[in-house]
Design a protein around this ligand. Structure first.
Ligand SMILES: [Zn+2]
Length: 404
């Protein structure tokens, strides 16, 4: 049996950064390299029906133990790509026993992960893997992949453990929001699933934002400023007025937990024309709808004041809170809590301030909460993974799919 961290260290050597707006799937060729490698490893550990499709999705099956063919089919899902926020490679990983204090990632370049700043005290006594501070690690989400395959290998080596059929799925392009797009829910054939794409393994995630984008177009009327009275409409000024009518404190930098926001992503404008781009987020559906309605109301007010057609708002939904879908199948959460508890982990729910592929999959008919993998500080050079937690999670997965 291979150690889970050995698998992990092999996967992070391949830089699978996903790239925005390529119009292709996968968005970067290295994702196919990892996909092929995973498909080979899945066959090697003994999974059946392993396939890698043209878009880089990899699927495989762990057949039910004899006599347990009628159990509900469960899916385990992780993503292969990594965030493009910082360089995705070459990853120089280092494993050590964390005994407290600041962690020097790169002595030469003075890159340090401060104990206080990053709340590291809770990791004391755990074995960690970090980088040299120049790249991300890729624990998001290669830790999830390593844990799923390690659990499959364990189950195949222990045929006495009773379990139903387990489906395994690895997806590309999660970080650019496209991981669920081409997922073959039908072919996967699982009744419920879990993404292994969270952070600390004590965190259970099944609530995420409802999300939309808003583009505000403002049409100005550019007139020579010397003879502009009652005629000139300055689109840039109207843009500022529009923004000024949104709640000042309801922005990402002023909110946490279940507080929603509208975030001005970009503003571009001149007298003639102005465009403001926003993202709108709220866990609560009613509040989410009210946030979107506010955009329309402000536009209507300004149009009445300045002239019809001055302000146009285009709203587009991105994804929804999976909570309503998960609450229809409460046993999916119960099973996960029970498996964690059986391994000595007291988990608690954490509301995701973002989305997950699991949220999209939940609305595509595959209820899919998110479990932690033991990683942290994602999308940055301070990313780490706790090997201690990875090993624990392999145990949890074995418990999770086995019949009790
Ligand atoms: Zn992730």
């Amino acid at each position: 049996m291979e150690r889970v961290e050995e698998r992990f260290l092999r996967y992070v050597k391949i830089d699978t950064t996903s790239v925005e707006d390529t119009g292709t799937c996968p968005s970067s060729p290295n994702q196919l390299v990892l996909a092929d490698m995973l498909a080979e490893e899945m066959k090697a550990v003994g999974l059946s029906d392993v396939r890698r499709d043209e878009h880089g999705y990899v699927y495989g099956c762990l057949p039910a133990a004899p006599g347990y063919e009628n159990e509900k089919v469960v899916g385990l899902i992780a993503h292969m790509d990594t965030s493009n926020a910082v360089p995705g490679g070459p990853v120089n990983a280092r494993m050590f026993l964390y005994e407290g204090g600041d962690i020097v990632l790169n002595e030469e370049k003075h890159i340090v992960m401060g104990e206080k700043e990053f709340g590291l005290h809770r990791l004391k006594g755990q074995e960690l893997i970090v980088t040299d501070g120049l790249t991300l690690l890729g624990a998001d989400d290669k830790a999830g992949i390593a844990e799923i395959l390690a659990a499959c290998e364990y189950l195949l080596a222990h045929p006495e453990i009773p379990h139903g059929k387990v489906m395994v799925g690895f997806t590309p392009d999660e970080e650019i929001g496209a991981g669920a797009d081409l997922f073959d829910v039908q072919g996967f054939g699982a009744e419920y699933a879990y993404t292994l794409d969270g952070a600390d393994i004590t965190e259970m995630e099944y609530e995420n934002f409802n999300a939309a984008s808003a583009v505000v177009h403002i049409k100005g009327n550019s007139i020579h400023p010397g003879s502009a009275k009652n005629m000139l409409v300055n689109a840039a000024t109207v843009g500022m007025q529009f923004h000024g009518m949104l709640p000042v404190r309801e922005t990402p930098e002023n909110t946490e937990n279940y507080e929603g926001f509208a975030h001005l992503v970009s503003i571009e404008g001149e007298t003639d024309h102005c465009v403001l781009k926003y993202i709108i987020r709220d866990h609560d559906m009613e509040k989410f709808l009210a946030r979107k309605a506010r955009f329309e109301k402000i536009a209507a007010y300004l149009n009445e004041l300045i002239g019809e057609g001055t302000v146009t708002v285009t709203l587009r939904d991105s994804y929804f809170n999976m909570k309503e879908k998960i609450e229809e199948v409460p046993w999916v959460l119960d099973r996960a809590y029970a498996a964690l508890e059986a391994c000595g982990i007291h988990a608690h729910p954490v509301a995701i301030r973002g989305g997950t592929d699991g949220a999209r999959l939940s609305f595509m008919g595959l209820p899919c909460p998110n479990l932690g993998t033991g990683g942290g500080n994602y999308h940055g050079v301070h990313e780490y993974v706790s090997v201690t937690q990875m090993r624990k999670m392999v145990e949890v997965l074995v418990k999770l799919v086995s019949v009790r």
